[in-house]
Design a protein around this ligand. Structure first.
Ligand SMILES: [Zn+2]
Length: 179
């Protein structure tokens, strides 16, 4: 898959998925950005929040920020889709296999300096919910993470990456709608 195809498929995925209540502005911002064709200036990221059958959420503490949030990383050319990229990141960084819902739960556009850049770069982060049954072990398997734990959604750790509380709510709602 070529880079342009990834952005095209990202646009198609966002069009096909209704923006969650309260997050419409973020989706409009993302779609406007994609329509403007700024692919050379931006990095595409896939992230995932995993919910287990007890309703606990898996969060990672990121070394770079010292904050807890979803697991994720840059989409790579070999990823067949954004959700496949999210599954790969989950396996690589947490040695965890989960059922990833194909529709994203949210999208974030933000500028920050990542490990592949020397100055702030716009990142479009497409966030998925994933589900596991039972209490799945998750092991830190990445230099980029300093912690990986399951939390009750009403007792999240601090400090959190921006919007993480909202994302946990959206992932929990997606898990509940799975039945
Ligand atoms: Zn980047």
């Amino acid at each position: 898959m070529h880079e342009i195809d990834q952005w095209d498929s990202t646009a198609a995925l966002l069009v096909a998925t209704a923006a969650p209540v309260g997050r419409e502005a973020a989706w409009v911002q993302a779609m406007t950005f994609i329509d403007a064709g700024h692919f050379d200036d931006a990095h595409l990221v896939a992230s995932v929040l995993v919910i287990d059958s007890d309703g606990l959420v898996l969060l990672a503490r990121h070394r770079r920020y010292g904050q807890w949030g979803p697991i994720g990383g840059h989409v790579e050319p070999r990823d067949a889709s954004l959700s496949a990229a999210a599954a790969r990141e989950l396996l690589e960084e947490a040695t965890l296999v989960a059922r990833i819902h194909p529709s994203p739960i949210d999208v974030l556009l933000s500028s920050f300096q990542c490990r592949t850049s020397t100055e702030p770069v716009l990142h479009l982060d497409v966030i998925f919910a994933a589900f596991v049954s039972g209490s799945a072990p998750a092991l830190v398997n990445s230099d980029e993470l300093t912690g990986l734990e399951w939390f009750a959604t009403g007792d999240l750790p601090v400090p959190l990456l921006p919007v993480t509380t909202e994302l946990v709510g959206l992932a929990t709602a997606a898990a509940n709608s799975q039945g």
